[in-house]
Design a protein around this ligand. Structure first.
Ligand code: NAD
Length: 350
């Protein structure tokens, strides 16, 4: 799989650096959040604004979108057209999919506007649409030709959003281990400045994993799902922002790793006492994990619809032995549900 060219910029790039004929697909919130983006976007003659979120990724809405996009691009050449996608992960998943099928595939530039997309989703080439309530059921592998990380665009997010991107930074630093985790573990704050500081190294760590298994054939890439199995359940059930749900999912995965003695309690203490982990290991977890039969039934359905499901009732769950060492192990859906109940009990008993 081709590797995207990464460009780190302070401001927004010049249009001539993006391609010849350009179609801008952008999150329609951005002109309201950034006057620089508003001015910049006005320079595009072909543009398509979308409302970010899971509904954008719904396969049911795709025909309406693609009809309008095809109409917009009717006078463009497939060889010269570049789709420039500006937004968070949902816009990236949608826009990447559009670029991969429009005129049988055109050039693609991603400009992530959320921390989550800058650290994670804009890299690695996965595009996705949702089918029914189940996330990411169809998609393509379609790496962007360029990924442009604009400090100005990323800093247009409210500071509070840093928390949402932070789980993805922690996740990749736990997967990579080494100096990335050692240095990050000493940070005291979760701020945009800290995220920007670690951005290039976090992206590099993701490419190291993706490079070994670009199209998820050997199974190595699966470790990027650390925190995502239960994270996706909480995201769908509580309609939480993806980043927030993943933070809880990471916490769950660590505790589950200790319960199965994959991670030692000493290692867990070390991780959880790092200043930076304090932001992640949240007491709110108690409200999210549920033991009510009706809720567990829905959690079961969501776990079963997860794409990481292997045989009928088993999932490939990503555990952490220690930073730098993930362990992928098959567990049954019942075992995950039992662990949810156990962690809830644990919490209630202090
Ligand atoms: N393809 C992949 O490899 C991959 C990996 C991880 C996650 N994802 C997907 O990414 C999505 C989640 O990503 P996300 O949280 O970035 O989602 P998102 O695109 O839904 O953005 C979240 C919110 O932030 C707003 N927003 C975007 N940029 C902003 C800015 N600069 N200032 C203020 N608000 C802004 C959006 O309008 C939206 O309300 C999920 O759909 C998930 O499945 C994909």
């Amino acid at each position: 799989m081709k590797k995207s060219t990464l460009l780190f910029t302070t401001a927004l790039p010049s249009l001539t650096d993006l391609g010849e004929e350009l179609l801008l697909i952008y999150d329609e919130i951005l002109p309201r959040k950034s006057t620089a983006f508003k001015k910049w976007s006005q320079k595009f003659s072909l543009k398509y604004g979308v409302k970010a979120g899971e509904s954008l990724k719904s396969v049911d809405h795709f025909p309406q979108h693609i009809r309008k996009i095809v109409q917009l691009c009717e006078n463009t050449s497939s060889r010269r057209l570049t789709v420039v996608v500006v937004g968070g992960g949902s816009v990236g998943d949608f826009g990447g999919f559009v670029a991969s099928v429009l005129k049988r595939g055109v050039k693609l530039v991603h400009m992530p506007s959320t921390w989550l997309s800058a650290i994670d989703s804009a890299h690695g080439g996965k595009t996705a649409l949702n089918v029914g309530g189940a996330k990411n059921q169809i998609g393509t592998f379609y790496p962007a030709d360029k990924v442009i990380l604009s400090r100005q665009l990323l800093m247009s997010q409210p500071e509070a959003r840093a928390f949402e991107g932070f789980g993805e930074l922690l996740k990749i630093s736990w997967i990579q281990g080494g100096t990335l985790w050692q240095e990050l573990s000493k940070e005291f704050e979760v701020t945009s400045a800290v995220l920007w500081k670690y951005l290039a190294r976090a992206i590099d760590a993701k490419y190291k994993v993706v490079g070994k298994d670009p199209e998820e054939k050997s199974g190595h890439r699966h470790i990027l799902n650390l925190g995502h199995t239960v994270g996706h359940v909480l995201e769908s059930y509580y309609q939480l922002p993806h980043g927030v749900a993943i933070n809880y999912g990471l916490d769950f995965a660590l505790r589950y790793s200790v319960q199965l003695k994959i991670m030692s309690s000493k290692e867990y203490e070390k991780i959880s006492h790092a200043p930076v982990s304090g932001y992640l290991l949240s007491p709110l977890r108690d409200d999210l994990l549920q033991t009510k039969a009706s809720v567990l039934k829905e959690f079961r359905q969501l776990l079963l619809s997860d794409k990481k499901k292997t045989k009928s009732q088993t999932l490939r769950f990503v555990f952490l032995k220690k930073p730098g060492q993930c362990v992928v192990k098959e567990v049954t859906v019942d075992e995950v549900l039992m662990e949810i109940c156990r962690q809830k009990e644990d919490e209630l008993n202090g």
